[in-house]
Ligand binder design. Structure first.
Ligand code: AMP
Length: 416
């Protein structure tokens, strides 16, 4: 029996050609946007000690309960592929003592792959890219919170060239949240028998997350549950009102949604999700403020606020025109033909590359016609032919003019 072909694992993507160019263009745009907000890029490892995610993301979150890719133990430590960046960035700040820097908040951006063992479907992958930022400081104030929120909105709008809708909620300080959790537990307790299995577990670990449930019956029940606003302190309310009034002033289209709690356990204060304003079905990204993450992983009292956007969700939501604009159609300066293949052309190619010109060559098997068709497909600006007698001809692919040139003339003409 023949073995089956080796294929790409489910829920992953082979990026190449046009899709890779769109990805690169998007990465460049997002990094440029982050630098407008003073962010510096960080690149933590793709895998970390499993403890990091189990402690920080929260045992009750879906990510930890069923969605991590845990690596087979090879030594004395257990490792997990990162399911998100926030924990890794906080670990990086802690381990390198960046919290002790005089210049706070640290403003870090990132873009890279994350891994979640989910059931793959459109827009839900097992390996996908996230772009995002984390701002960290002893205390995250109103201005820093707004900066993070506004960056997430502007980055999404610029990436898509579309309007976005932002859903916001305010979970309050640790104490407000604990009081609210208690009130929710009291409310849901008499209904436990009717609720889905996931919610039964959430009831034990974090009743707030029941409000996230998509099961119709539980969702309806959640609508009748106590509202978070009634459990916020005066200080929390003041901060939430201030955020809202800045959004109003800037004309940001937002909607308050007090059922929004976000998947992870560690959020306190402002949380948000971003949607395409015209089809607000699945979230393009989300973020929030957190207060105890750094302490939970053994660090000092330090707060953070951050968000992440799902790159594949953004790409899925783009028009074909937008994708074309983003693809870095990095043009080829020279397509170099040498039918003798004696190495002469490579020496010339190296000279041209030293001049900063991009040069590529076809395979040996192609005839002249095939080479020119390939040059057109590659959108080469010029074709240079090295003939067997050593003379060189240059064809400008736009004007289609072709003429014999010396090597010096070639370099001068191409430099222009
Ligand atoms: P989260 O870290 O769960 O808040 O996710 C942030 C963003 O990442 C979401 O809004 C999605 O755009 C994206 N995302 C989350 N899970 C997946 C997935 N399984 N596949 C693709 N994108 C995802």
């Amino acid at each position: 029996m023949s073995e089956s072909a080796i294929r790409r694992p489910r829920g992953t993507t082979d990026y190449f050609g046009f899709d890779e160019e769109v990805l690169l263009g998007l990465e460049r745009l997002l990094m440029e946007e982050s630098s407008l907000y003073g962010c510096k890029r960080v690149n933590p490892p793709v895998f970390e000690e499993s403890r990091l995610f189990h402690r920080s993301v929260g045992e009750s979150s879906d990510i930890v309960r069923k969605e991590t890719f845990d690596l087979l133990s090879k030594g004395d430590k257990d490792y997990t592929l990162r399911p998100e960046f926030t924990a890794g960035v906080n670990r990086l700040v802690l381990e390198n003592k960046l919290y002790a820097l005089p210049d706070l908040p640290v403003r870090f951006s990132y873009m890279g792959k994350v891994f979640r063992y989910e059931r793959p479907q459109s827009g839900r992958l097992r390996e996908f890219y996230q772009y995002g930022v984390e701002f960290l400081d002893a205390k995250i104030d109103l201005d820093t919170s707004l900066d993070a929120l506004l960056l997430s909105i502007e980055a999404t709008k610029k990436a898509l060239k579309k309007d976005v809708l932002v859903l916001i909620n305010f979970l309050g300080s640790f104490q407000s949240r604990e009081n609210y959790k208690k009130a929710l537990a009291d409310f849901f307790r008499p209904h436990l028998d009717e609720m889905c299995d996931d919610c039964k577990k959430r009831f034990e670990t974090n009743p707030l997350r029941i409000l996230d449930c998509k099961v119709e019956k539980d969702h309806e029940l959640g609508k009748m549950a106590p509202r978070i606003e009634d459990y916020l302190s005066a200080e929390d309310k003041k901060e939430y009102d201030a955020i809202v009034s800045v959004l109003e002033e800037l004309g940001v289209s937002y909607r308050k949604d007090d059922g929004l709690v976000r998947g992870l356990d560690y959020y306190t204060g402002l949380v948000w999700e971003i949607y395409d304003a015209e089809k607000p079905t699945s979230a393009l990204g989300g973020g929030g403020k957190y207060s105890s993450l750094m302490k939970d992983i053994g660090g000092p009292e330090f707060e953070g606020i951050g968000f992440s956007l799902g790159i594949e969700r953004l790409i899925l939501d783009m028009t074909p025109e937008r994708k074309k604009e983003l693809s870095l159609t990095s043009p080829l300066d020279v397509f170099l033909l040498d039918f003798e293949r004696s190495g002469k052309a490579i020496a010339l190619a190296q000279k041209l590359r030293k001049e900063g010109l991009s040069v590529s060559l076809p395979s040996q098997q192609k005839g002249m016609g095939g080479c020119f068709k390939m040059a057109d497909r590659l959108k080469a600006r010029n074709v240079v032919i090295v003939f067997e007698d050593g003379h060189i001809e240059l064809k400008d692919m736009e004007s289609r003019n072709q003429k014999a040139v010396t090597e010096e003339e070639l370099i001068t003409l191409l430099r222009r």
